[in-house]
Design a protein around this ligand. Structure first.
Ligand SMILES: Nc1nc2c(c(=O)[nH]1)N[C@H]1C(S)=C(S)[C@@H](COP(=O)(O)OP(=O)(O)OC[C@H]3O[C@@H](n4cnc5c(=O)[nH]c(N)nc54)[C@H](O)[C@@H]3O)O[C@H]1N2
Ligand SMILES: Nc1nc2c(c(=O)[nH]1)N[C@H]1C(S)=C(S)[C@@H](COP(=O)(O)OP(=O)(O)OC[C@H]3O[C@@H](n4cnc5c(=O)[nH]c(N)nc54)[C@H](O)[C@@H]3O)O[C@H]1N2
Ligand code: SF4
Ligand SMILES: [Mo]
Length: 878
């Protein structure tokens, strides 16, 4: 690794997940960006996961949007923003303020978010601003508010160090919050008595190092935690002293006892083991994430968990408490700032007249809406119905990530006026915009974010803004000014916005709200620049710390609230035509719609193709083989994905990642299949429990290709990934072209390259390569079966001399390393398997010593452990 250039090092925050890791950035001496973990940041103490480590590979300018664009033509800022302001003003004048909407993101910085919220709620006078956090954290927000009277995470990351039991429910922490997972593993080395339990319908990477896995039936968490509450009561473990500060205990227990535990699908023994562990361990942290939130009973799931903690008084003290881990880097900041359609700002309530007046006075705002605006799913429904005349989408890609994504794409395409602020010129959503505004990206912009444990950290610019790119807050403020709201949007810097926001939070504090950072309202520009990671609240009364151990809550009567909840099945019912439960989520090395992570070759090497997990029994019953393509249909849409046959998933259930898009695998947009059904309290969509049918995709031909340049295929199925030498692609189609050589030439657009072929029309195989000046440009391998070639070897060849490429395999002296498992050191599965088998390396540590795999970010350690267990299992069976 290269030495960092310490003289230029700038401390900032990773732009991916809500762990909120500190990074140290500097030039790498080769024109790129050197990224390291910040040893002094309390979220990560220097650790980074594979995505954070690869950040330097994502900042190149290919594919960047560099100038404002109106109807596809580059233009200047004045013209573009003038048009935006005019169209919004016209729509408001003609159809009223509720005819316009903003759809924003938990990845915006707090300062961006503040300006968007102020413009919509204070000046346009509508609450039609919602955020992708509706798809992410809304059920937690609603559950927190019901239980605590405020949307507040009670604990801190230090609790993970001190807990004796950590329960992960609906969280694949090993892949989605890897630095926290590594922190837990490091603790368990020191304190092997700390137990880890995972509750997830799938056996995920988080289970590989856990003590207990409960493969709960999808959607059954309420019943599972109700069973726990009933057991708590049965064992006499209700904390009677703390119960003085809690209402609803009896009703919650009664509801809990009424639930039928068989819906969990878990054996009595497994349930008893879990309940005994939870009841018998004082210091327990229950971590939850999207398996809980993204559910039609998401809010109830959250409260089933908070009920158990409130009943036992296990909250707000070191080493214990319910812990919602946030998804996006500023999911928490967006909640604080009022980015949701049903919040005002600084945890103030839109329905409360005093709150509205205070915020209105503070902003000198002409109007403050009295009612919540449209939540994401309803917002896009209104767009589809033509009720929203002007829509501004910032920092999110709803044409991919919203449920019923094909409908959402149609709705956006049919909207009168759509503005998209993004850093990427071609996304599924950006392609639909009338006006595209180039934003400065992470690394080029400055502001603050709040992570899962309430720490506010600075993001600091280290790279110059490319082309015409401008920060999101500047775009919003400029439009505010052009719409005639002058002085209210006269910001010169993020520091100024932050000071205003901190001052407003003081007013919230005056109303008794917990979110109060008024201690930061007088920061000078220099102090803001130098702001160290700071946990809120920061006020005269309170600095950081935990909440609720003192029995003080933020409900009207000041008491915590236990909530009677009862199990309900997922909203979509399986039936003969759609017998499978479709679960969706994330993979280790991709971020959402891949606009950034897919630029890093090493991150594409882990799982480079969209896939669907299917249980072996379901696969064999339907004639689906290990390399088959699978057609997945639901009442809402369809997709084609590669089969991943594994007993990590239960029979009757299937799982697909959310990441692939029209840009890299148009047939694999999984949200096209997800029904737009929501939790009735939070409005969060049920992204984890659609229904679907599967069958083999009847392809006439299959292809594998690699090429120096990206290509777009005209085939029913194609999926493309960037590699160090160019791109690789899987393809399949129903119609076989008459002339494969011609088809390949067109695919790669290589009219004048020298062609090399190996064709066997009788067998339906074709191998075609194109060379220029002695170097391989591209190659296509076709067969009527899934193509069997050494992909991981071939992928390195474009740009090199490769006369033997059509053999499809590596020379005998260069073994195929297999798909990359450790992306930090580029170590393949085959290399690790061979080290286990031939060198007898039977621990993760021994593999690390011999091959370096797993020794940097550690994100792949659970998977290395699983490979070792597999070989051990095989040896034991022999
Ligand atoms: N690598 C990576 N990390 C990320 C992200 C990313 O895109 N990539 N995104 C970030 C964001 S925004 C978010 S919100 C977080 C999400 O982080 P997680 O919530 O951990 O991630 P998911 O994979 O969406 O879902 C977690 C698990 O919920 C399980 N699940 C499904 N249904 C149920 C159920 O009914 N009950 C229970 N108990 N479990 C269920 C799924 O099988 C899945 O393993 O990750 C953040 N970190
Ligand atoms: N089926 C299914 N669907 C899901 C989920 C699931 O688990 N299953 N999870 C849901 C969750 S939890 C989430 S959080 C969402 C995430 O879904 P999205 O928010 O739609 O996904 P991203 O890819 O993060 O989109 C971010 C966009 O912002 C752009 N961008 C990057 N930096 C900047 C910047 O500085 N400024 C601006 N203006 N733009 C920028 C990127 O190019 C990209 O287009 O997906 C949701 N959808
Ligand atoms: S865990 Fe990984 S993705 Fe999340 S903030 Fe840390 S380095 Fe970034
Ligand atoms: Mo999220």
């Amino acid at each position: 690794m290269k030495a960092p250039n310490s003289t230029c090092a700038i401390r900032s925050t990773c732009p991916y997940c809500g762990v909120g890791c500190g990074v140290v950035l500097g030039p790498d001496g080769q024109g790129g960006l050197d990224v390291r973990g910040d040893k002094s940041h309390p979220a990560n103490f220097g650790r980074l996961c594979s995505k954070g480590t690869a950040l330097g590979e994502t900042v190149s300018l290919d594919g960047r949007l560099l100038a404002p664009r109106v109807h596809g033509e580059d233009t200047d800022w004045d013209s573009a923003l003038g048009l935006v302001a005019r169209k919004f003003s016209e729509a408001i004048a003609e159809h009223g303020p509720d005819s316009v909407a903003f759809y924003v993101s938990g990845q915006l910085l707090t300062e961006d978010y503040y300006v968007a919220n102020k413009l919509m709620k204070g000046f346009i006078g509508s609450a039609n601003i919602d955020t992708n956090s509706r798809l992410c954290m809304a059920s937690t927000v609603a559950g927190h508010k019901r239980a605590f009277g405020t949307d507040t995470v009670p604990g801190t990351y230090e609790d993970l160090d001190e807990a004796d039991l950590i329960v992960l429910t609906g969280s694949n922490l090993a892949w989605c919050h890897p630095v926290l997972y590594q922190r837990i593993l490091a603790n368990r080395k020191k304190r092997p008595e700390q137990k880890l339990v995972v509750i997830d319908p799938r056996r995920t990477a988080s289970c590989d190092l856990a003590d207990l896995h409960l493969p709960v039936k999808p959607g059954a968490d309420v019943a599972l935690f109700n069973g726990l509450l009933a057991e708590i009561e049965k064992r006499g473990l209700i904390d009677r002293e703390f119960a003085e500060h809690v209402t609803g205990l009896d009703e919650a227990i009664e509801a809990a006892k009424a639930d039928d535990l068989s819906v969990t699908g878990l054996s009595d023994d497994l349930l008893a083991e879990f309940y005994a562990l939870w009841c018998g361990t004082e210091k327990v942290v229950t971590i939850f994430s999207q398996g809980v939130n993204q559910s039609s009973s998401g809010t109830d799931k959250v409260n089933a968990i908070t009920n158990c903690h409130l009943a036992t008084g296990r909250i707000g003290r070191a080493g214990l408490g319910p812990f919602s881990v946030t998804g996006q880097p500023n999911a928490m900041g967006g909640r604080e700032v009022g980015g949701l359609a049903n919040m005002l700002a600084c945890h103030l309530d839109i329905e409360n007249g005093d709150h509205r007046k205070a915020v209105g006075d503070f902003w000198s705002a002409p109007v403050i809406p009295e009612q919540a605006g449209l939540k994401a799913v309803d917002m896009f429904r209104a767009v589809g119905e033509g009720k929203i005349k002007a829509l501004w989408i910032l920092h999110t890609n709803p044409a991919v990530s919203m449920p019923d994504a094909d409908k959402v794409r149609e709705a956006i395409a049919g909207c009168d006026f759509v503005v998209v602020s993004d850093i990427t010129e071609a996304t599924d959503t950006a392609r639909l915009a009338h006006v595209l505004l180039p934003a400065t990206g992470w690394g080029e912009k400055s502001g603050t974010v709040t992570n899962s444990d309430r720490i506010i950290s600075r993001q600091r610019a280290v790279l110059p803004a490319p082309g015409e790119a401008r920060p999101d807050w500047w775009q919003l403020a400029e439009v505010g000014r052009l719409m005639g709201y002058g002085g209210a949007f006269d910001y010169a810097s993020p520091a100024e916005i932050f000071r205003e926001y901190a001052a407003l939070s003081g007013i919230a504090g005056g109303f008794g709200k917990d979110f109060d950072i008024s201690g930061l309202k007088d920061l000078s520009d220099a102090e803001y620049d130098a702001l160290e990671p700071t946990r809120w609240p920061v006020s005269e009364g309170k600095q950081g710390g935990r909440f609720f151990a003192d029995g003080k809550f933020f409900t009207p009567d000041g008491k915590g609230r236990m909530w009677p909840v009862s199990w309900k099945p997922p909203a979509s019912k399986t039936e003969l035509r759609y017998p499978f439960r479709l679960n969706t989520g994330r993979v280790r090395d991709q971020w959402h719609t891949m606009t950034r992570t897919a630029r890093a070759p090493r991150l594409n090497a882990h799982l480079g193709e969209p896939f669907i997990e299917i249980h072996p029994d379901d696969a064999s019953a339907r004639g689906i083989g290990p390399t088959s393509l699978v057609e997945v249909t639901s009442p809402n849409g369809k997709a084609i994905l590669r089969a991943m046959i594994t007993d990590r998933i239960a029979p009757g259930e299937i799982f697909a990642p959310m990441h692939w898009t029209g840009e890299n695998a148009p047939a694999a947009r999984i949200d096209a299949l997800v029904a737009p059904v929501t939790d009735p309290v939070s409005g969060q969509p049920e992204s984890k429990a659609a229904v679907a049918q599967i069958k083999p995709f009847e392809a006439a031909w299959y292809g594998f290709a690699m090429s120096q340049t990206p290509v777009k295929a005209d085939a029913e199925y194609w999926a493309q990934a960037k590699t160090y030498a160019g791109y690789r692609m899987e393809l399949a189609g129903r119609e076989t072209p008459e002339d494969w050589v011609e088809a390949a030439r067109q695919l790669f657009d290589l009219a004048d390259a020298v062609v090399q072929t190996m064709l066997d029309p009788a067998k339906g195989t074709a191998r075609i390569a194109f060379h220029k000046d002695g170097a391989l440009q591209a190659a296509l391998f076709v067969s009527c079966q899934p193509v069997a070639v050494m992909r991981d070897y071939l992928t390195h060849l474009p740009g090199q001399e490769a006369p033997m490429v059509l053999s499809g395999k590596s020379p005998a002296d260069q073994p195929d390393p297999g798909p990359v498992l450790c992306s930090c050191f580029n170590v393949g599965v085959n290399t690790i398997l061979s080290a286990i088998e031939t060198r007898g390396l039977m621990t993760v540590e021994a593999i690390g010593e011999a091959l370096q795999a797993g020794t940097n970010c550690g994100s792949c350690r659970p998977e290395i452990k699983a490979l070792i267990e597999r070989i051990k299992g095989r040896a034991a069976a022999e």
